[in-house]
Design a binder for this molecule. Structure first.
Ligand code: C5P
Length: 443
């Protein structure tokens, strides 16, 4: 085996203090060939390693190789040595459980609390920190089932390292590659020291993040189109989805400009460093602010509810209620306001991009009607607007607006389904940022 580049891993390991007892779990992924490098880095740094492999891992890498590099026999099943009650003994022995690679199936079994082999039983029984380094095809990683499993595992306090992007097995490339062994080791030892806690997506050196060095413009909230100095035409958008997108983009290392229309200050105050907030009250303000910010942006995500129409002319003084001509109120004259069309910011970003090659993403809050269901209207809108991605969600009394779970179907410019996601606005945001990053490709 070639000597891996060890400097970063060794530095982190040396900084981790006393030797630790580490269980290295190996699951069934082609990336299992990298497990010996992880083990070797840990041992070079003075840590004791016991390898627990799944049955399918051993189809990718032989037990003798893992035993040789770890210096201990490799265990697989709960019944390999029943007298030793291995699943409890190994779990108790461990000061850290590091699974590299963690396959989609392993994540699903860990999330379900399965204990049908020694690795899942150890994860279930241990009191030690558990770090999972996923490796799988992009579509498996971005699948809502996996996103959901990862979110639940993180909520429970397990650390799931973000996979790298790059060449995958076969001709495909995208997010899903297992990070390099030295990154995995330094991240794991940092977790052991409590340095990063469960700050899941944040890598120590930022190198595994999908959007490092990228600028993403996100619009949020709902525009208000003045009728007169005190009245406006508005909508119920809270801006939560746009703020969640900003957080998810920053998690992935992006610099974000959030162009916000009437988003509550509590939401804006909670945004992380790395988000520059620009206020834009009306559709026209938003058009100007988005296009200005987008001049050096790699992606623009229009999450704001922009009014399609505005009053043709906003009155400069408060419009007075017209006095009834008689005491009979049924004779009151009807009031009408003439509206004119607002520019479609999203469509304009597609037909006249402020910067060539930028990825454009929109949202479509839809309701079904006699002509067709939510997806029918969503697909028509996707084709009309031409954005790279359009996240369609159903809007009802309790769906889509406010602090409630969201469900989206993501369509491409032809109206074909790319992905589906369901859950909190943060989960939907992470799904969309992953898909957007994927379209952006490498820098
Ligand atoms: O047409 P509709 O309002 O449903 O389209 C929704 C998408 O288009 C959102 O991404 C929204 O931000 C964007 N939009 C826009 N300019 C408009 C209206 C909508 O950019 N005038």
């Amino acid at each position: 085996m070639d000597e891996p580049h060890t400097t970063a891993g060794q530095r982190a390991a040396a900084a981790s203090g006393r030797p630790r007892r580490v269980v290295v779990g190996v699951a069934g992924s082609i990336a299992a060939y990298k497990a010996p490098f992880v083990i070797r880095l840990l041992r070079q740094a003075g840590h004791e390693v016991k390898v627990v492999a799944t049955e399918s891992a051993l189809r990718f890498i032989g037990a003798p190789a893992l035993a040789a590099v770890s210096g201990q026999a490799v265990s697989t099943g709960v019944f390999d040595d029943p007298a030793a009650v291995e699943h409890v003994a190994v779990a108790e022995w461990a000061e850290l459980v590091l699974v590299a690679p963690a396959s989609a199936d392993l994540l699903a079994r860990a999330r379900a609390g399965r204990a049908d082999d020694l690795l899942t039983a150890t994860i279930l029984a241990t009191g030690a920190p558990v770090v999972l380094a996923p490796a799988m095809h992009t579509r498996m990683w971005l699948n809502p089932a996996t996103r959901d499993n990862v979110a639940v595992l993180r909520e429970r306090g397990l650390t799931v390292i973000e996979p790298d992007r790059g060449r995958l097995t076969g001709k495909d490339s995208g997010v899903g590659r297992m990070p390099e062994p030295e990154q995995i080791v330094s991240r794991s030892l940092a977790v052991l020291q409590g340095e990063f806690g469960n700050d899941d997506a944040v890598e120590p050196n930022g190198s595994s993040r999908l959007l490092t060095g990228r600028h993403v413009v996100i619009s949020a909230g709902g525009t208000r189109e003045p009728i007169d100095p005190v009245r406006y035409l508005g909508n119920r958008s809270s801006g939560r989805q746009g703020c969640a997108l900003a957080v998810a983009a920053v998690e992935q290392g992006a610099r974000v400009t959030l162009v916000q229309a009437h988003v509550a200050s509590e939401l804006l105050d909670a945004l992380p460093a790395g988000v520059t907030v620009v206020a834009a009250g009306t559709a026209h303000d938003m058009l100007r602010a988005v296009r200005e910010a987008a001049r050096d942006a790699d992606a623009v995500i229009m999450a704001a509810a922009v009014a399609d129409y505005r009053p043709l002319a906003a009155a400069t003084t408060k419009i007075k209620k017209s006095a009834p001509t008689t005491s009979d109120r049924r004779n009151e004259a009807p009031m009408s306001i003439e509206l004119t069309t607002n520019p479609d910011i999203l469509a304009g970003l597609v037909t006249d991009p402020p910067r060539a090659g930028q990825v454009v993403v929109g949202f479509a809050a839809e309701t079904g009607d006699d002509d067709g269901d939510v997806l029918f209207h969503g697909a028509a809108k996707a084709r009309r607007k031409g954005a790279h991605l359009l996240a369609v969600n159903a809007v009802g009394e309790d769906l889509g607006f406010g602090d409630v779970p969201n469900a989206v179907v993501v369509l491409d410019a032809r109206g074909s389904e790319v992905a589906r996601g369901q859950g909190s606005k943060m989960e939907v945001a992470r799904l969309l940022i992953g898909l957007t990053a994927d379209l952006m490709g490498g820098s």
